[in-house]
Ligand binder design. Structure first.
Ligand code: TYD
Length: 205
């Protein structure tokens, strides 16, 4: 059985973790081994990098350093967790992946989409998700739900609008590798749309 790599992307407080939990439960019910993980993080070194990139203590972190730290955490995560899980035939459900770097650092931070994409492709030996689920939300709504903002959540609404647009552009460019979901729909509606797509892809394998 071949593994499947599913990434969740989207703005702040779009409801990704709820949908990850529901998807993981459906997958287990369908008899699949599931590895649920997140970025930045997923390994001890990755969690240490997470502390640096999210902590408001490092306000003003150089954008290049920020992009390199996310890519470093990703390289470690792929090598130690994601590739081994896929090789065992598991379905990997990952909270954020390369597209978060493209949207947050490449587009909104202005480092350049292609450059940031190349950096992460180098870090991961080119591993891309089989399917990326984008939970699309108006950043004004998402940010209003955040109670104690981390370093990135503290960025302006303009920054977060650029993030949102970048995700939508990535999805529009490759519709067969993406599904965009309206995060204002009910949890059950969203979960239903996700399961329909994932089940179809698993059947087709
Ligand atoms: P997290 O608390 O996991 O946010 P969320 O619950 O919204 O997923 O924090 C991750 C933050 O890091 C989020 O603001 C997005 C940002 N990020 C990047 O800027 N670049 C990246 O490559 C990744 C993976 C995350």
């Amino acid at each position: 059985m071949r593994g499947m790599f599913i990434a969740f992307e989207g703005g702040e407080a779009a409801g990704k973790s709820t949908q990850e939990t529901l998807l993981a439960a459906s997958l287990v019910q369908a008899g699949r081994a599931v590895v649920r993980t997140r970025e930045p993080g997923g390994t001890p070194a990755g969690e240490a990098i997470r502390e640096i990139v999210l902590s408001p203590a490092y306000e003003g972190l150089d954008p290049h350093a920020e992009a390199l730290l996310f890519a470093a955490a990703r390289g470690e995560h792929v090598a130690r967790i994601i590739r081994p899980a896929l090789q065992r035939g598991a379905v990997v459900v990952c909270d954020r992946y390369i597209d978060s770097s493209i949207a947050y650092q490449g587009a909104a931070r202005g480092l350049g989409i292609e450059r940031v994409r190349e950096l992460s492709l180098w870090a991961t030996d080119g591993l891309l998700p089989d399917l990326t689920l984008v939970l699309d939300i108006d950043p004004v709504i998402g940010l209003s739900r955040v109670t104690s903002p981390d370093r990135l959540e503290s960025e302006s609404v303009t920054y977060h609008r650029q993030v949102r647009q970048a995700f939508l552009d990535l999805a529009a460019a490759e519709p067969n590798r993406y599904l965009v979901l309206d995060a204002s729909a009910t949890q059950q509606e969203i979960a239903g749309q996700i399961w329909q797509r994932v089940a179809d892809e698993l059947d087709a394998r």
